[in-house]
Design a protein around this ligand. Structure first.
Ligand SMILES: Nc1ncnc2c1ncn2[C@@H]1O[C@H](COP(=O)(O)OP(=O)(O)OP(=O)(O)O)[C@@H](O)[C@H]1O
Ligand SMILES: [Mg+2]
Length: 458
């Protein structure tokens, strides 16, 4: 099957030029070509069917190329337009670039020049479309709706997030491992005005000091052994967007000092360079170590701590918001059942009880993994205890045991009390007590001994 052809609309008031371009494009067998002789019929053709690209002459009677370009952009700003300028219209060509034309080509042009320009424009525009689609996907994925949490504590987190979405305030997210720090950071970015710019995550604990510095700020050629070329750092990549500094508590003192300067001045130098680089980046940091403690013991700079924690968000561990467990479990069940193409409708009550009783040291991530595994193992249309990991089941078994043992100690207490009372009434006489309670003598003797009750062996 041949791949679908791109459709190109050629607009020029000179019929011969239209024909010449059409022939050259068709020769490649990659393009469908339509032609229009003026701005009006160009717009009409676009309304009938949106082309993948427009080749547009600048000088035309009636509405000229510049005006037509403006109207095309009103119609659909994503169509790439290549302007064709004749001698003397070069200024207009430049003006059209400012209005969003993709490129311009000066007449007369050789066929191969035309073909290269068209090919490049189509490639760029399809890449742009792809990026747009991926961005839309990401925005959907990191929508607040996909962050599960009914508990008061999580509702508080959502309210806090809403307050700072559109500001540039520096955010510090604190929480145990697996509580959703990165998810929250991404959601803040993808719901903010910066959403169309990059979200760049850097794990500050994963790299040794020298490498982390060049990772964050880039380096000039020859800055250190092995720096064979210039490299831009994550701060520059994130320009206009958000940088996520994960595990910031593990950053060394030297890097802390450099980061402090970026936060204060929004500028820095690449490692081994002296050119000042200015950036507009929102900083979100995350940590699962207690930073206040780290400040107290001197391993984290106090001034930096205040800079990064302008707006702190604390994510509670899952064991402190157990009411979210059923919701999260249902959310993950839905996700993995779809992914695995399995028809699992729910979680059996005894399995849910186990999930509720477990203390989840790995928080939401651990729950997510447990449900993923359960979905793979399940062989009925619901998750049952046997599908859950051993440690989750073990907690449940212990609970049952604890429940049983408290029950039996209660029974023992009642038994002891009844026996004490009966022995008292029968003045410690075992035979009389046995008769009274309708229990054998041997049993009374054994139990009285067990509870240390006074008796007279008669
Ligand atoms: N409230 C939530 N709703 C839905 N999914 C969640 C929620 N919280 C966490 N998750 C999911 O749990 C997993 C762990 O979350 P995340 O990676 O954000 O945690 P973290 O705090 O950064 O962990 P770590 O400290 O180990 O890096 C992710 O797959 C995330 O999508
Ligand atoms: Mg994380």
């Amino acid at each position: 099957m041949s791949r679908p052809k791109y459709s190109i609309l050629v607009v020029d008031d000179d019929k011969n030029i239209c024909k010449m371009i059409e022939i050259n494009l068709r020769k490649t067998k990659e393009y469908e070509v339509r032609t229009a002789l003026n701005g009006e019929s160009c717009l009409k053709a676009i309304r009938e069917e949106i082309p993948d690209l427009v080749l547009l002459d600048i000088q035309m009677p009636g509405i000229d190329g510049i005006e037509t370009l403006k109207r095309i952009r009103d119609e659909d700003p994503r169509i790439p337009v290549i302007m064709m300028s004749a001698h003397g219209t070069i200024e207009k060509a430049v003006q059209s670039m400012k209005l969003g034309a993709y490129d311009f080509i000066t007449k007369p042009f050789p066929a191969d020049r035309l073909l290269v320009t068209v090919k490049n424009a189509l490639m760029t525009s399809s890449l742009k479309r792809e990026v747009d689609e991926l961005r839309t996907e990401l925005k959907k994925k990191y929508h607040f709706d996909n962050i599960v949490g009914q508990s008061g504590k999580m509702q508080e987190v959502f309210r806090a997030m809403e307050k700072i979405i559109d500001s540039n305030v520096t955010v510090l997210i604190q929480g145990e491992s697996g509580t959703g720090k990165e998810l929250i950071a991404r959601a803040i970015h993808y719901q903010s005005k910066r959403a169309n710019k990059p979200f760049v995550a850097v794990n500050c604990s994963a790299l040794p000091e020298s490498l982390l510095e060049s990772e964050l700020f880039g380096h000039e050629r020859g800055a250190f052994t092995g720096a064979t070329g210039k490299r831009i750092g994550k701060f520059e990549v994130a320009n206009g967007g958000t940088i996520f500094l994960d595990e910031i508590g593990l950053m060394t003192q030297v890097t802390q000092a450099k980061l402090l300067r970026v936060l204060q001045e929004r500028e820095f130098e690449r490692v081994g360079g002296n050119e000042l680089v200015k950036v507009d980046v929102r900083v979100i940091s995350a940590t699962n170590v207690d930073l206040e403690e780290a400040v107290k013991n001197g391993s984290f700079r106090e001034d930096l701590y205040y800079r990064i924690s302008v707006f702190p968000i604390k994510l509670p561990p899952l064991r402190e918001r157990k009411e979210d467990i059923p919701l999260l479990a249902a959310h993950f069940l839905d996700k993995f059942a779809k992914q695995e193409n399995k028809n699992i409708e729910g979680i059996a009550p005894d399995a849910m009880e186990l999930l509720m009783n477990y203390h989840w040291p790995g928080n939401v991530r651990e729950l997510e993994n447990a449900i993923e595994r359960a979905v793979l193992l399940a062989n009925s249309n619901e998750i049952t205890p046997k599908d859950l990991p051993q440690n989750v089941r073990a907690i449940g078994e212990r609970k049952v045991y604890e429940k049983e043992s408290t029950l039996s100690s209660w029974i023992e207490k009642l038994e002891e009390e009844a026996l004490r009372q009966a022995l008292l009434e029968c003045e410690g006489n075992i035979s009389k007590t046995a008769k009274k309670l309708g229990i054998g003598r041997a049993t009374i003797y054994r139990k009285a001994k067990k509870y240390g009750l006074p008796m007279v062996n008669k």
